[in-house]
Design a protein around this ligand. Structure first.
Ligand code: GRF
Length: 202
């Protein structure tokens, strides 16, 4: 049976689109059953609509605490019997509440080679540091910020004239690929998490 995937977004949703495209293939081991955004105008919601995927705007500002916001999200995820949560440009830090409930079942894509440049300004910080390669990291979520066990990474050369815009644009296709590969492995029960080390079953 296909695994049920819930995708959390905050923005334009190119990663979401890549996931929708990949999972709509008959032989992909998972399907997107629900999309949740904490931003009302996130273009990703429109993408979900176009693909007839149930989607919800759950704005964090309507809740007094992070936990209460997450309780509302968890309720929807449970209603749709989600097995795996994918954070595809979801710009909120998750609380232990949801992380414990979905242990090793939340995957994030980060636009840098972790543990370098965690947080929301990864491209800018990588360029300012002067690194010659950067990349992206698909990883499980733990209780730190971008510190969870790494599933896969892809590397990109930094060009002399790179800007935040050019680097993020060139990196996007690698993010999509890394995320889809990780989701597919997870859905096929191929990922073994031992402490912070993730191994791929043969
Ligand atoms: C991506 O760069 C992702 O790595 C970061 O936020 C961006 C989301 O892009 N966490 P999109 O909304 O999927 O187009």
């Amino acid at each position: 049976m296909k695994k049920k995937i819930g995708v959390l977004i905050s923005g334009r949703g190119t990663n979401l689109q890549a996931i929708i495209d990949a999972t709509s293939k008959a032989d992909f081991p998972g399907e997107v059953v629900v999309v949740i955004s904490n931003k009302k105008r996130a273009y990703g919601l429109e993408r979900a609509n176009r693909n007839k995927i149930p989607n919800f705007f759950i704005g964090h500002k309507s809740f007094t605490t992070r936990e209460k916001h997450e309780i509302a999200i968890i309720e929807i995820l449970k209603k749709y019997q989600v097995d795996l949560i994918v954070l595809a440009g979801y710009m909120r830090i998750l609380s232990p509440l949801i992380i414990r409930e979905f242990k090793n079942r939340i995957i994030n894509i980060h636009p840098a080679l972790l543990p370098s440049f965690p947080g929301t300004k990864a491209h800018k910080e990588a360029l300012e540091y002067g690194v010659k390669v950067s990349g992206c990291t698909a990883h499980f979520i733990d209780e730190g910020v971008d510190t969870g066990p790494i599933i896969t990474q892809s590397v990109i050369q930094i060009l002399d004239n790179d800007t935040v815009e050019s680097l993020s644009e060139r990196l996007l296709p690698l993010e999509h690929e890394a995320l889809i590969k990780s989701i597919e492995l997870w859905c096929n029960d191929k990922l073994i998490v031992e402490g912070r080390i993730v191994k791929i079953k043969a």
